[in-house]
Design a binder for this molecule. Sequence first.
Ligand code: AMP
Ligand code: TRP
Length: 323
Amino acid sequence: MSKNKKVLVSGIQPSGTLHIGNYFGAMKRFVELQEEYESYISIVNYHALTSVLEQGTLAENTKNAIIDHLAIGLKPDTLFLQSDIPEVTELAWIFNNLVTVPYLSRAVAYKEKVERGLEATVGLFDYPVLMAAYILIMDADIVPVGQDQKQHVEIARDIAEKFNNRYGELFTLPNAHILKDVAVVPGIDGEKMSKSYGNTIPLFAKDDEIEKLVMKIVTDSKGEKEKKDPATDTVFALHVLFSAEELEDIRERYKNGQIGYKESKEILIKNIKTFIAPLRTEREKIARENKNILETIQQGRERAQKRAREKMKKVREVIGITF
Ligand code: AMP
Ligand code: TRP
């Protein structure tokens, strides 16, 4: 890897089946940017532990998430499991002593998760600190994420500044990298698409599943010949991602009352199917050919471990743990 490449770091929780919101909000960019940046992409299983407590489910989701990332074209040597870098959890403890409870109490993701019924564990509360530890231990320059993670990256930046002020310049200040158009991909109910809202279209969905889910997308009740607003319609928001060539035509037909939601959904189904089919084939091939998926990403693990170990050695020195 070239020394002067900037460093890209990101992660995805293995907390359920990955969906098109994850893909367009984050995963797609991992692939697009992997040559331009020195990239580290982690399946963050210790993060998922804040919401997935069933052992079999966590293991299964983790395995699937690795295969999913390889299937979209991520190079195996950029991928690793968070739990293979224990230095991350070690660093999180150190950061816990820099961050105050009132400061962390302002994190909106925590409040939202608790409002939705997740137990208010210390782990859930401390989630942003673990995330900061992972981002900072890798010395990330950019962190590609969806809009919902912007605050978490800012917290990482604050922690880096606080640490640097106290102990000397050690950590790079990271920047979130968010694409406007796909900052929030809506789910079939019009809310943010999310594994925990039951409103997703899985990234590797089968054809019949795609049909069923798209037909369920909630729209207003305007009739076929009525003028429709593309800016507020969920079906149209998904056309933006899947129907590039027809987009302007569909937009005009919306505005002029020349298309019904049924036809709009049928076009969307056709385009999502065309998009997903080759990904699904690739995924099946990788699953078939890589019986031991952890072996496939061994290089990714070793690369990340080396980087984290070197950084952690310096951290222990500057805080006075090793002498
Ligand atoms: P998570 O599923 O929470 O681990 O999210 C993994 C990545 O996907 C993060 O960068 C999120 O910001 C992004 N993401 C998740 N849901 C969406 C969505 N509906 N729209 C855009 N990005 C998303
Ligand atoms: N919190 C992120 C999410 O829910 C996942 C994540 C954990 C992450 N650690 C990260 C993303 C570090 C980017 C960088 O989507």
